[in-house]
Design a binder for this molecule. Structure first.
Ligand SMILES: [Ca+2]
Length: 394
């Protein structure tokens, strides 16, 4: 008798469950942690997370298993967007540590270490001014041997805003041996560039903005409005085109760097804003070339200048930032465009250009590929609300 009652109960429960609406498949990503973090770097030592904090979501650490080398990994795409980390403040760049941890920069001035928990490491001297702050982050190609970590930092002196690239030793989860790689890149509340990446040639590439002073991009003596190329110690490679750190010139505010399987460098760049919106660009970067800012817009050409391969046109704004290439397909992030953009590099054109996840996650700062071959995005929506999200193949 009891058995029959139990079975009846199970049937009733099953019917009730079936009549409940199913959860939205992708709502996982909307469960934003409301905890806020300081907008300015905290002067006191890092604060441990309160273990008794109620409604604590699942920990956001990564699997601790050894990541597979990127070269041999085939993309493994999740079946739906999956939140990797949340409660972040304007994350800008993310790198994968050899031990399976991740490091990301938050623009207000923290380096966030995620590995079986989270730890924020405040970077001294960061000035979070408008678009400036703690921006780029790169590990040396031989990081496992030398532990060198590079940061692109906005800072302030009396009456001026500047940017520099610093190198640290990152060992035992601590930064030491700060060494300045390049300094006195003009800064501003706008157009601070900030992407730093090592190329397949082992050189460090750096995007700088025009800092709101357009003509500076055409001045070869200035570090601004350029893509720079340096040795890992900040010295100038012998094969740079101008005998200086300048690799290419005439950029307004490039924030994306990615290399394809042929070793070609592609860069995303913000076009004009205000009354002249649009004309965001994807450029194929070659040494010594001049990409036209502020003389040319979009596909305008003139002898001695190089036009973008694709551009958004006058009626669309991508506000493109971080970029990555997977299997010779370029993915890049859109801030104002609030999307991920995808286009094959071979025969790149607007005919093969795709807009993904439009308005699903808000502003998107960056896209990276995980050691497992997943595409991860970083949102740029504000203090304490930003996320890192692994995306399925759309
Ligand atoms: Ca241009």
């Amino acid at each position: 008798m009891k058995r029959i009652q139990l079975i009846s109960l199970l049937i009733v429960l099953g019917l009730v469950a079936c009549t409940q609406p199913l959860p939205e498949p992708t709502k996982e990503v909307t469960q934003v942690r409301t905890e806020t973090v300081p907008v300015q770097p905290s002067p006191e030592p890092e604060k441990p997370e309160n273990p008794t904090e109620e409604a604590q979501p699942e920990p956001t650490f990564l699997p601790t298993e050894e990541p597979k080398p990127i070269e041999t990994a085939k993309p493994v795409w999740p079946s739906e967007p999956k939140v990797i980390a949340e409660g972040l403040s304007w994350p800008w760049e993310l790198v994968f540590l050899p031990d399976g941890g991740i490091l990301l920069t938050e623009r207000p001035g923290n380096l966030l270490l995620i590995r079986n928990g989270e730890e924020r490491i405040p970077i001294k001297g960061v000035a979070h001014i408008g678009e400036g702050g703690l921006l780029g982050l790169a590990l040396h190609p031989e990081f496992e041997q030398n532990a060198w970590l590079y940061l692109y930092v906005t800072y302030e002196l009396p009456g001026q805003v500047l940017n520099r690239v610093e190198r640290y030793v990152f060992r035992d989860d601590q930064l030491s041996e700060r060494f300045v790689i390049v300094d006195e890149i003009s800064g501003s509340s706008i157009h601070d560039g900030g992407r730093i990446k090592f190329g397949p040639d082992g050189k460090l590439y750096i995007t700088t903005g025009d800092a709101g002073n357009p003509d500076i991009a055409q001045n070869l003596e200035s570090l601004n409005g350029k893509i720079l190329r340096l040795n890992d110690d900040g010295s100038i490679p012998d094969d740079n085109p101008f005998g200086s750190s300048v690799w290419s010139t005439g950029h307004r505010n490039a924030q994306g760097l990615a290399w394809d399987s042929q070793g070609r460098l592609w860069s995303t760049e913000h076009g004009p804003s205000g009354s002249e919106t649009g004309n965001d660009e994807v450029n194929l970067i070659e040494p010594g070339k001049n990409y036209g800012w502020p003389l040319l817009r979009g596909m305008q050409t003139q002898e001695g200048y190089t036009a973008p391969v694709i551009e958004s046109g006058r009626n669309d704004t991508w506000a493109p930032s971080g970029a990555v290439i997977v299997d010779d397909v370029l993915y890049f992030a859109g801030l104002r465009g609030a999307a991920v953009y995808r286009v094959p590099v071979d025969g790149m054109s607007m005919d093969t250009f795709e807009v993904l996840y439009k308005n699903e996650f808000g502003r998107i700062r960056n896209v990276v590929v995980s050691p497992e071959g997943q595409l991860w995005i970083m949102t740029s929506n504000g203090a304490g609300v930003d996320q890192v999200i692994a995306l399925p193949l759309p």
